[in-house]
Write a new protein. Structure first.
Length: 187
């Protein structure tokens, strides 16, 4: 029996990555899916650990060869996706695949894998709270903050298409709930 898929999606600033990291650290048999991308590798990044770095031509050749489970052209010439070989690599070890993806990717993966996948939407308690969290990061300009909040508002309309919605009001409670939901699903 092949492993299962755990799909986590959320607007930026909802705490999704923190929750996913906690699950990976505290639950056995979970492994993070490493995405492929067509952008250049940053100095601190490692091929096969942070991403599989492909040239745009290599990425397009893999698209043509039907080697992706899902992929998206995020910006013109900038591709991100999940290689089928990545799922096979994780399942061959007897592990379950964990995705930390945007909402559209999450919905598409769930459609593809049906009951073999659990899709979880991490919801901020409110748009105001989300804005405050993003402001505390000190990484946004007023323009980029406005853009992110607009995108978050749109992304939240996808929540009902996910199997579970976890409101991250208190991080420890959200982590506990995510752990419970995942353990129940992989049994």
């Amino acid at each position: 029996m092949k492993g299962k898929l755990l799909i986590f999606s959320a607007p930026s600033g909802s705490g999704k990555t923190t929750i996913v990291r906690s699950l990976l650290k505290n639950l056995n048999k979970l492994e993070f899916s490493i995405s492929a991308c067509s952008r250049g590798k940053r100095e601190c990044e490692v091929h096969g650990h942070d991403y599989y770095f492909l040239s745009p031509d290599e990425f397009k050749a893999k698209i043509d060869g039907n080697e992706f489970v899902e992929w998206e052209e995020v910006y013109p010439g900038s591709y991100y996706g999940t290689l089928k070989s990545e799922l096979e690599r994780i399942w061959a070890k007897g592990n379950h695949v964990v995705f930390d993806v945007d909402v559209k990717g999450g919905v598409n993966l769930k459609k593809q894998f049906g009951n073999r996948a659990l899709s979880v939407f991490i919801m901020p308690p409110s748009i105001n709270e989300l804005q405050q969290r993003l402001e505390k990061r000190n990484t946004e300009t007023p323009e980029s903050l406005t853009k992110r909040i607009g995108r978050a508002t749109e992304e939240m309309t996808y929540a009902k298409q996910f199997d579970k919605i976890i409101v991250n009001d208190k991080l420890n409670e959200a982590i506990t709930e995510a752990k419970r939901v995942v353990e129940e699903f992989i049994k």
